[in-house]
Design a protein. Structure first.
Length: 269
């Protein structure tokens, strides 16, 4: 009887130990939010969400949709039942641009318990399978991880030569004027520790296009956070229309000068 009693007690204690270890493991697991801004991405949005959420149960997706007339938002809502409590939709009343969508998402994430926040495009130009690799770099000490097209040569597929030269030139231009130690400063595939976004005053972010991508990286860098680049292969979109236009490019040109001048004045004060 004593033997049986001891066996039951030991078995119970082992079970409690296993349950406590599982609880501890679950608390240590990192919750990741992936932000996808959309405008007329009905051809891509369902597929990209499926690709993302199959990778890890710890991934959540927030779509910020600029009231797409093609029904992108409705398609996202249709996935709620398939992925309960893992997909979220925020709808902007009008088309406000990439930067405004990300800023809204970052503010939204602050009241939730996310360790990492990623931003990426809906059109598969950014490969969802790169996110676990980028998470590893954060786990190894990076605060911001950039999916870089230029850290290992030029890894861009199906872009016209003019656009490649424009993108490369922009990165050299940024590095020359700001000193930002990044080879792909206009990259839109980026992962942040939540602490980085908490440290940046998002209400003071000025830009909405290419310059927005530069501004967030620059503000993180001057605050002393560690930026790392992860080599990716960037695929030009197959479905849907590009949102690139001349005003976005000009914003980046004068935006870089603004950021540099602003930082110099802050240093003097």
């Amino acid at each position: 009887m004593v033997f049986i009693k001891n066996s039951i007690t030991n078995g119970f204690l082992n079970l409690v130990s296993i349950l406590l270890n599982l609880l501890l493991l679950s608390l240590q697991m990192k919750n990741t939010l992936i932000v996808i801004p959309t405008y007329n991405e009905a051809d891509n949005i369902e597929a990209i969400i499926d690709e993302l959420l199959i990778i890890s149960d710890n991934y959540h997706v927030l779509v910020v949709d600029d009231s797409s007339p093609d029904g992108t938002g409705k398609l996202v809502k249709n996935l709620f039942k398939k992925y309960p409590n893992r997909i979220f939709l925020e709808t902007q009343l009008k088309k406000e641009g990439l930067g405004r969508a990300y800023l809204h998402a970052f503010q939204w994430s602050k009241s939730r318990d996310y360790n990492y926040i990623f931003q990426m495009d809906a059109d598969f130009s950014h490969n969802p399978k790169d996110i676990p690799k980028m998470e590893q770099l954060i786990g190894q000490g990076a605060d911001v991880v950039i999916g870089s097209r230029y850290i290992d040569g030029i890894n861009v597929v199906n872009w016209p030569l003019g656009r490649i030269l424009l993108s490369l030139g922009a990165s050299y231009y940024v590095k020359f004027f700001t000193g930002l130690p990044v080879k792909d400063s206009t990259a839109g595939f980026v992962g942040y520790k939540s602490e980085v976004l908490d440290a940046i005053n998002l209400d003071e972010v000025k830009f909405v296009g290419y310059a927005f991508q530069i501004e967030l990286k620059y503000k993180a860098w001057i605050k002393g956070f560690t930026l790392k680049e992860h080599s990716i292969i960037f695929l030009n979109r197959v479905k849907g229309q590009s949102k690139m236009n001349g005003s976005i490019i000009w914003e980046a040109i004068y935006g870089v000068l603004y950021l540099r001048i602003e930082s110099l004045f802050k240093c003097k004060t």
